[in-house]
Design a protein around this ligand. Structure first.
Ligand code: GLU
Length: 498
C-alpha cells in the first residue's frame, strides 16, 4: 500500500498556523514512508469560501517550503482537488446511502427543528435531532419529493452502544453513540456537509492516513460509520494535539497572531517558523531544538508526538529565529533575505508618496518610516491618554475595528475608509475621534502619515495584529464585555447591510 496523506483546508480566512502545522506533520509522515502528500481544498461552504483565501493558503505554505505532490495547482491522478468541482460525486454517494437504507430524507423546516430543540431543552435534555424523518413511510417521502418540498439527507446513527475506533496516538477511543447526532450529509441547497465530502474524497483519493487536528476527534464516529455504510476501508486516524496560547487556551488570534503571513511580514525566516512548528509536540531524537526541515524528515517518527498541548510562544520563536539568522545567514544571505522581506525598491515606491511632501532631507526618512518597518509598537494604557473618549470606548473602537478588518478582504484605501467610517457613523462619533486609537495602534502615535495608506502598506496581517495588540495594551475585553459588544456590533453591521 502506498502511504498517502493530505491536508484539507477550508479557504475561509487567513492562512492559519494550524494548517501549516498539520501540513508539516502530514508531509513528514508521508515522506518518511516513501509516500505521497495531497492538498485538497474543502470549499463546500460557498458563503465563506473565497478563491483569494485559497491562493493565500497555497502561497503561505509554499513560503514555508512545504510542497505537495497533488493539489488544485499541480493536478494529479485523483482530481479535481477542489470540492466545489466535485459536487455531482457527493450527491451520487448520498443517494447510494439512501438506497441502501443507511440515510434518509428529512423535510423538517428550520423552524420545526428550533421548536424541537426548545422542547428538548425545556425537558432538561441535550438538544439533538429526534429521528422524525425516519418515521415517514416511503409513500409519504415520495409524495413530499413530488410536491417539491425542500429536504436534507441525514445519516442513520445507532441509538445505543459505543463507537470504538483506533487513533495512532491515543490507541482505542470510545465515544457513546448517544452523543452522536444523525448528521446531515446533503444540505437543502444540495451541497454536501464536511463529513460526507471529506469521507468520500479521502476514499476516492486513496488517502491511507488521516492526520488532522484534535478538534475533529468527535467526528470520527460519523466517519467510521460512513466508511462502513459504503463498504470501504477506513484510513488510519491520527489526531494531533491542538496548538495553544501560553495561557494554555486554544491558539486564537485574540491572544496570538495566527496568520502565517503575519510571521512572514514580521521578518521571521520560514525555516525558523517551520522548525518551531516541528517542535510542537515533537522533538528530535537528540533533543536539539534547532533543526532543518530535512533533518526533521530524516528523523521523523509520528509515535514520538506527545499529546500534552504544545504552546506556541512567540518569545521562544524569536529566540529560535535569532539563532537561525545568526547561525545560518552569512552577510550576503542576510542582505538577500532582508531585501526580499522589505528593504527593496518596490516597497520604497509604496512608502515614498506618504512622506514625500514632508521630507526635507533623506535623513528624515528613517524616523518617518520606521513604523512601517517595525513589528508591534510598544504601547500601554497611557498611549491612549490623549484620546477624547474614555478607555472603554477606546477599547470598543479597537474591538469593532478588529472585527471589521477581519471581514475586509479587499485591502484597499477607499474600502478601509468606508468600512471604518461606517462604524464611526453608527457609533455617532466624529471620524477624527474614532480614528485616534487606530492611529496609535497602527503607527504608535497620532502624528503619523495617513492612516489608510499606512494600513495598505503594512498589509492586512500586520495591521490586524497591531489593532489587536493595541486592544490588549488598552486593557483588553472580558468575555462578558465581548458578548455585549458583539450584539452592538451585529446591529451596526445590520445597519450597513440594510
Ligand atoms: N476542512 C477541514 C478543515 O478545515 C478538514 C479537516 C480534516 O482534516 O478532516 O480543517
Amino acid at each position: 500500500m502506498t502511504v498517502r496523506t493530505r491536508i484539507a483546508p477550508s479557504p475561509t480566512g487567513d492562512p492559519h498556523l494550524g494548517t501549516a502545522y498539520i501540513a508539516l506533520f502530514n508531509l513528514c509522515f508521508a515522506h518518511a514512508k516513501g509516500g505521497e502528500f495531497v492538498l485538497r481544498i474543502e470549499d463546500t461552504d460557498q458563503l465563506r469560501s473565497t478563491y483569494e483565501s485559497e491562493q493565500k493558503i497555497l502561497q503561505s505554505l509554499q513560503w514555508l517550503g512545504l510542497e505537495w505532490d497533488e493539489g488544485p495547482d499541480v493536478g494529479g491522478d485523483y482530481g479535481p482537488y477542489r470540492q466545489s468541482e466535485r459536487m455531482p460525486i457527493y450527491r451520487t454517494h448520498a443517494m447510494e446511502l439512501v438506497a441502501k437504507g443507511h440515510a434518509f430524507y428529512c423535510f423538517a423546516t428550520p423552524e420545526e427543528l428550533d421548536e424541537m430543540r426548545r422542547e428538548q431543552m425545556a425537558r432538561g435534555e441535550t438538544p439533538k435531532y429526534d429521528g422524525r424523518g425516519l418515521l415517514l413511510t416511503d409513500e409519504e417521502v415520495q409524495a413530499r419529493l413530488d410536491a417539491g418540498e425542500p429536504y436534507v439527507i441525514r445519516m442513520k446513527v445507532p441509538e445505543r452502544g459505543t463507537c470504538t475506533f483506533s487513533d495512532m496516538l491515543r490507541g482505542e477511543v470510545q465515544i457513546p453513540w448517544s452523543q452522536i447526532d444523525m448528521q446531515v450529509l446533503l444540505k437543502a441547497d444540495g451541497m454536501p456537509t464536511y463529513h460526507l465530502a471529506n469521507v468520500v474524497d479521502d476514499h476516492l483519493m486513496k488517502i491511507s492516513h488521516v492526520i488532522r487536528g484534535e478538534e475533529w476527534l468527535n467526528s470520527a464516529p460519523k466517519h467510521q460509520l460512513l466508511y462502513q455504510y459504503f463498504g470501504w476501508e477506513m484510513p488510519e486516524l491520527c489526531h494531533m494535539p491542538l496548538l495553544r496560547n501560553p495561557d494554555k487556551s486554544k491558539l486564537s488570534k485574540r491572544k496570538n497572531p495566527t496568520s502565517i503571513n503575519y510571521y512572514r511580514d514580521m521578518g521571521y525566516l520560514p525555516e525558523a517558523v517551520l522548525n518551531y512548528l516541528g517542535r510542537m509536540g515533537w522533538s528530535m531524537p537528540n533533543e536539539e531544538e534547532k533543526f532543518s526541515f530535512r533533518e526533521m524528515l530524516d528523523n521523523f517518527d509520528i509515535s514520538h508526538v506527545h499529546l500534552g498541548g504544545p504552546v506556541f510562544d512567540t518569545e521562544k520563536l524569536d529566540w529560535l529565529n535569532g539563532r537561525w539568522i545568526r547561525e545560518e545567514l552569512d552577510e550576503h544571505a542576510f542582505a538577500d533575505r532582508v531585501t526580499d522581506w522589505a528593504l527593496n525598491r518596490d516597497h520604497l515606491l509604496q512608502m515614498i508618496p506618504l512622506v514625500k511632501e514632508r521630507v526635507e532631507k533623506f535623513t528624515d526618512l528613517a524616523p518617518m518610516l520606521s513604523f512601517l518597518l517595525s513589528g508591534l509598537p510598544t504601547l500601554d494604557n497611557s498611549s491612549f491618554e490623549n484620546s477624547r473618549v474614555d478607555n472603554e470606548t477606546v477599547r470598543k473602537i479597537l474591538q469593532f475595528s478588529a472585527w471589521r478588518l477581519d471581514e475586509t478582504a479587499a485591502w484597499e484605501r477607499d474600502v478601509l475608509y468606508r468600512e471604518l467610517d461606517q462604524i464611526a457613523g453608527a457609533m455617532e462619533m466624529k471620524l477624527k475621534d474614532f480614528l485616534f486609537p487606530l492611529f496609535v495602534a497602527i503607527a504608535g502615535s497620532s502624528s503619523a502619515p495617513p492612516l489608510f495608506d499606512s494600513m495598505v502598506i503594512l498589509g492586512p496581517d500586520m495591521s490586524r495584529a497591531r489593532v489587536r495588540h493595541a486592544l490588549n495594551a488598552a486593557g483588553g475585553a472580558s468575555k462578558k464585555l465581548l458578548k455585549k459588544w458583539d450584539r452592538e456590533y451585529q446591529s451596526i453591521c445590520a445597519s450597513r447591510d440594510a
